[in-house]
Design a protein around this ligand. Structure first.
Ligand SMILES: *Cc1c(COP(=O)(O)O)cnc(C)c1O
Length: 368
C-alpha cells in the first residue's frame, strides 16, 4: 500500500517562519539594532495592533499564556482561599494559573460534542468562595460565552477567557475575548499566532483593570524605580513583539487555510465511524486543532503512524488526573472519556492538500 508514503508531520512549526523569513528577519534585526530590549516601541506597536484586531480597548504583552491567566486573576482581585471554575478538559495551564495564585480550581465538565465548559453545569459548582470562571475555547472552537456570561452576571462572578488557542475565532461576528473581564492569549510557537519563543498577552476593556495589569507585569511600576505595588517580571520580549507584528498581518489568511483543511476533513470523514468536531451555529473556530473522537484511539494512532501520519492527543491526562490535582479527587467522567478517545489530526497554515489527502486516506484505510 503506497497511498500514504508521504510523511505528514503533526505540525511544521518552522514552515510559517520560512514563508515570511525575509520580513521576520528584517523585523528582528530592527529590534537588535534599536538598543531597546525591554518593552518600548515594538511592544507598544504590537499591543496596539493586537488590541485593534481583538476589538479590545487595552492590550498588554506579557511573558506567556500562563502569566496572562494568572495576572488577569490577580488584577481582578482573586487570591488565596478563592475558588475559580475551570473546564475539566483543557491544557493544564488553565488550572495552574489558578493554583499558582493560591486559589482553587473547581472542575466543570464539558459538553462532549464541543469539549467546551457546559454552561448548564456551572451553577451547581458555585459556592460562597467562588470568585471567577475561566472559559476556554478548546481547540479554537468558541465556548458558549453568552450562556456562561449570563450565569456569571447573575451570580456575580468575574469572567476570564482563556483564548490561548483561539486567535481569530468569533462568536456571532464578535471576536472571542470581547465579552470577558479579561482575555488571556498565548503566543507559544505552535499557536495560531505564534512567536519564535514564549509570549502572551491580556486584552481588557476596563481602565481600572488595565491599570493593575500594567503595574503587575512590570514590578508594580510604570515609572522606573517607583513601585506602586508588588509585581512580577512578565513582559513580552520586543524581539517577539516584532515577529508577532509581522505574523499578525497573515493570521486571517493562515486561519483560512486551517479552515479549508478542517472542511476537507469534515467532508471526507463524514461517513467514517468517528465523531467530528462540532462548531455551534454562528461561531467561527480558529481551527487551532482538528480533534476527532474515535474508539480504539491508541491503535488507530499507531496504525496512522505506521502509514506515515503523525497525530497527537490533546490531552492524554485531563488536569484532574494529573499529579498535582489527584488529591482533589474530582470526578470528571466526560473529560476522562474525551482523554481516552480524542485524536488530533495534522493541521497547520503550511500543510498542503496532498498532506491533508494523505491523512484522510490513512484514516479511511484503517477504519474501513
Ligand atoms: C497554550 C495554552 C496555555 C498556556 O500558554 P503558554 O504560553 O504556553 O504559557 C493556556 N491555556 C491553553 C488552553 C493553552 O492551549
Amino acid at each position: 500500500m503506497t497511498a500514504t508514503q508521504l510523511r505528514v508531520p503533526f505540525l511544521d512549526v518552522k514552515g510559517a517562519y520560512l514563508e515570511l523569513k525575509k520580513e521576520i528577519d528584517e523585523a528582528v534585526a530592527r529590534v537588535l539594532n534599536s538598543g531597546c530590549y525591554i518593552l518600548g516601541p515594538e511592544v507598544e506597536a504590537f499591543e496596539s495592533c493586537y488590541a485593534n484586531y481583538c476589538q479590545a480597548k487595552h492590550c498588554f504583552g506579557v511573558a506567556s499564556g500562563l502569566d496572562a491567566l494568572s495576572l488577569s486573576l490577580r488584577a481582578l482581585g482573586v487570591g488565596p482561599g478563592d475558588e475559580v471554575l475551570v473546564p475539566s478538559m483543557t491544557f493544564v495551564a488553565t488550572w495552574m494559573a489558578v493554583s499558582n495564585i493560591g486559589a482553587v480550581p473547581v472542575a466543570v465538565e464539558p459538553q462532549i460534542d464541543t469539549g467546551n465548559m457546559d454552561p448548564k453545569l456551572i451553577e451547581e459548582r458555585i459556592t460562597a468562595k467562588t470568585k471567577a470562571v475561566i472559559a476556554v475555547h478548546l481547540f479554537g472552537n468558541p465556548a458558549d460565552m453568552p450562556a456562561i456570561c449570563d450565569v456569571a452576571r447573575r451570580r456575580n462572578l468575574y469572567v476570564i477567557e482563556d483564548a490561548a488557542q483561539a486567535h481569530g475565532a468569533a462568536i456571532n461576528g464578535v471576536p472571542v475575548g470581547k465579552t470577558a473581564d479579561a482575555a488571556a492569549w498565548s503566543f507559544y510557537p505552535g499557536k495560531n499566532l505564534g512567536a519564535l519563543g514564549d509570549g502572551g498577552a491580556i486584552t481588557v476593556h476596563d481602565d481600572a483593570i488595565a491599570d493593575r495589569i500594567r503595574l503587575l507585569r512590570n514590578y508594580g511600576s510604570v515609572h522606573k524605580y517607583c513601585h506602586e505595588t508588588l509585581g512580577f517580571n512578565s513582559r513580552l520580549d520586543p524581539v517577539q513583539a516584532a515577529v508577532l507584528n509581522v505574523k499578525l498581518k497573515y493570521l486571517d489568511n493562515w486561519n483560512a487555510r486551517r479552515a479549508k483543511i478542517a472542511e476537507t476533513y469534515s467532508k471526507r470523514l463524514s461517513g467514517a465511524s468517528v465523531k467530528l468536531p462540532h462548531i455551534q451555529a454562528g461561531n467561527v473556530s480558529s481551527w487551532h486543532l482538528y480533534a476527532i473522537r474515535v474508539a480504539d484511539r491508541n491503535s488507530v494512532m499507531e496504525k496512522m503512524r505506521s502509514l506515515g501520519v503523525d497525530t497527537q492527543i490533546h490531552y492524554p491526562n485531563p488536569p484532574s488526573r494529573d499529579i498535582p490535582y489527584q488529591p482533589l479527587n474530582y470526578v470528571t467522567p466526560i473529560a476522562d472519556e474525551m482523554a481516552n478517545t480524542l485524536l488530533s489530526l495534522p493541521i497547520g497554515p503550511t500543510q498542503d492538500e496532498s498532506a491533508t489527502g494523505a491523512v484522510v486516506d490513512s484514516l479511511t484505510q484503517i477504519l474501513y
